[in-house]
Design a protein around this ligand. Sequence first.
Ligand code: 13P
Length: 286
Amino acid sequence: MLVSAAKMLKDAKAGKYAVGHFNINNLEWTKAILLTAQELNSPVILGVSEGAGKYMCGFKTVTAMVDAMVDELGITVPVALHLDHGSYEGALKCIEAGFSSVMFDGSHYGIEENIEKTKEIIALAHSKGISVEAEVGAIGGEDGVIGMGECADPKECKMVADLGVTMLAAGIGNIHGKYPANWKGLRFDVLANIQELTGEMPLVLHGGTGIPADMIKEAISLGVSKINVNTECQLAFADATRKYIEAGKDLEGKGFDPRKLLAPGFEAIKATVKEKMELFGSVNKA
Ligand code: 13P
């Protein structure tokens, strides 16, 4: 059964570790992440962007696939199915489609409009036991925009936290995708201010790919309880698949069978998820 992210993140905040949010793109991705979470006895959040949802034939298809997979694979660790960077309409669709968690990303609106729309999503989601993530500030690299991100205003974070969101994503110099060579690192001063004002609120760190281990640990110590990883699994999958093909393995025997062709990439996703769960400290926290 899918669960809201509320309890797992409350436990993570109290226990000073973070739950990994891993974006899914298809069946292999979903299976690799679920099996790794089960093997490591870790809670997990499956993130679905609107684009990935469309690619997988819509949110209803995603819910049906994830629900059935959790059941058929005998997954017993807590699993949340979460909309990543949702629009207002996307959040409504996911609530309707049976997601157990949604992000409404109103960060591109002015703060008043962000608050108004976030409030509406919270009222509807909470009436169905669904957790809600909101965003303040901007995370670089969103929607193809190349930038360093815009740090969140801690006072605005407090205003949004007070609406009763389950978790809050705040820009602290983090960027989606690979970090550029001239990246200045995370703004721990801003994170510390946000944590001071928002107290118990589980904070979310987007752009988990390529953040050095020491920065991840410091972020967790300052209240980050959910860390989003997408690009790193994609790079690992592509790299392993390329090696398989470059070695000519698809041309040996039945090596072209998709179950064989996709196997190295599948294993690479599993290895990446394992490494992240160990780093985030969520192993044996299910
Ligand atoms: P990365 O692609 O940089 O890992 O970021 C993932 C993310 O934050 C999804 O919301």
